[in-house]
Design a protein around this ligand. Sequence first.
Ligand code: PMP
Length: 467
Amino acid sequence: PVASPYREGSRMTDNYAARDLATIAHPYANLATLPDQGPVVMERGDGVYVYDSAGKPYLEGMSGLWCASLGFSNAELVEAAREQMARLPFNHLFAGRSHDPAIALAEKLKDMAPIPVSRVFFCNSGSEANDTQIKLVWYMNNALGRPNKKKIISRQRAYHGVTIASASLTGLPGNHADFDLPIAGILHTACPHHYRYALEGESEEDFATRLANELEEMILREGPDTVAAFIAEPVMGAGGVIVPPAGYFEKIQAVLDRHDVYMIADEVICGFGRLGEMFGSQALGMRPVSMSLAKALSAAYMPISAVLIPERMYQAMVDESRKNGAFYHGFTYSGHPVAAAVALKTIEIYERDDIVGHVRKVAPLFQQRLREFTEHPLVGEARGMGLMGALELVADRATKTAFPAKAGVGAMFTRYAAEEGLIARSLGDSMALCPPLIITESEIDLLFARLAIALDRTTVWVNSTLK
Ligand code: PMP
């Protein structure tokens, strides 16, 4: 159903744009050009739609930031938060203090995880979870008496967050330039994007084999006794929605096994149904030792994240804290009771409403519609998995030549899409989609109808200004 377009009595006024520009330092914005474009002020949500301050509805094709899996008006989550806030709005987990929402959530996560889990460590964001992963690996290897086994291997184009350590894991140049990152001891191996990085005529299988060989060469060059862990998203998100070639993780895993390198799955986007399995690791055949969870863990209604800790690591944490007097790591809001209560309700809804079954039912249509753009003159590659996809725009389809970054083609596309009532996101040359998991087939049709218009308008603009 298409939401009713405009609403009387909006609480917001145009004044918000000026007040925003005068006060907010926006994350991930071009701060030089933002004043010319102005912010888009959102006011309310309904299903897969959000409404701006003028009352205009947008189909939220990105679930916010890959996170609002149950859309923008779930009354059960509101009630779960309200109840917990009224009963016990805050309590912490330091020094053995506890509360029932965190206990129940940890039990639930242990129970549903596709890997053996000893304990669950709560944080507030994906960045904090991945930062914690690095600290835990270092801590464990100190406990195990191998203080040199500390390097972490990530991948080019990976996205793992923005704290000093997690931004170092992130493999995107913008996250490093002028921030004096990455820190020492974080390495990046090749990105598994066949369309962009395969050699001329190289099959997917040969490409996967070559990347696994390159990883092994890196480990041998560095010295296996210095390499502690490898971290990967099942499908890369912010790097451009990159689905690895078939067999990739199997080959990577064999290399990691040979050198006792611990595999961490960053399930921050892919966890909780996005790829048609409860966890992305299951969809991609990964065998991680540990996982980072966030975003859809709480359907984005509250900030919360979790690190799933294996037994061997937990025992090392026990040993180290016996030596040091405590395990000195934790956030004020680790396992915040309101966030934990909302996450628990979110997972209850996923299971009760069979969200994975729903994704499996509608994802084929989503992927089919996406691939109908394969032959579009601006599209180099249409790719994706589950309810996640991207169109990579190119200046020349035959040579795969990208548009010059300064041309701003992606920004034009997302602007046209917004004018048509669709929120998409440009990640470099890739136009990403990641709609709420509750999206229906008719809403998928509407999403792609709007996208088609935006893409055609972008083509007209490209032909008139760039060619
Ligand atoms: N890992 C992945 C795979 C992500 O997509 C993100 C956020 N987009 C993060 C980590 C970082 O999460 P946060 O922004 O909550 O710190």
